[in-house]
Ligand binder design. Structure first.
Ligand code: HEC
Length: 123
């Protein structure tokens, strides 16, 4: 095989692999967040209407929280719920607080879902 053709082929293969990762992340979010009811309040990507959402979209969460230390903060919110007296999204959402999932979701599932949610910003 000619060198040029080989490079093109390798490039195509790498691109396909990268795209598959993004699709895999969306698939994981889809499966776990439907299974655990997250999507009754959160939309995954930007919502299409002007009406205030119940909760921030997962893409907005990914855009906002990427500092070191944020990860643990978010794990705890998913596990124990958010503080109903101190909203991170004051005025932007209609929901009062994030309900706890401890005992409903395993740590493994929580981490898997959160990693997938935060990876939405990497596109
Ligand atoms: C009953 C509605 C509801 C459900 C169900 C729900 N959430 Fe939430 N969630 C909220 C609200 C409201 C907030 C915003 C909290 C705030 O105002 O600071 C939130 C916040 C969050 C945050 C943190 C954002 C921040 O700024 O503090 C994460 C991460 C999150 N939710 C993930 C999930 C996941 C994962 C699930 C499913 C296992 C889920 N949520 C299910 C209502 C919900």
């Amino acid at each position: 095989m000619k060198k040029n053709k080989m490079i093109k082929l390798l490039f195509a293969m790498t691109t396909t692999l990268l795209m598959n990762n993004v699709i895999a992340a969306e698939g994981e979010i889809e499966q776990l967040s439907v299974e655990h009811g997250c999507v009754t309040c959160h939309s995954v990507t930007q919502q299409k209407t002007d009406a205030k959402p119940v909760a921030p979209s997962f893409i907005d969460i990914a855009k906002r929280f990427h500092a070191e230390g944020d990860y643990e903060y978010l794990v705890n919110i998913i596990k124990y719920g958010s503080n109903p007296y101190k909203s991170d999204w004051k005025g932007k959402i209609t929901g009062a607080a994030m309900p706890p999932n401890k005992g409903i979701m395993s740590d493994f599932e929580i981490n898997k879902l959160l990693v997938a949610i935060l990876s939405l910003d990497n596109k």
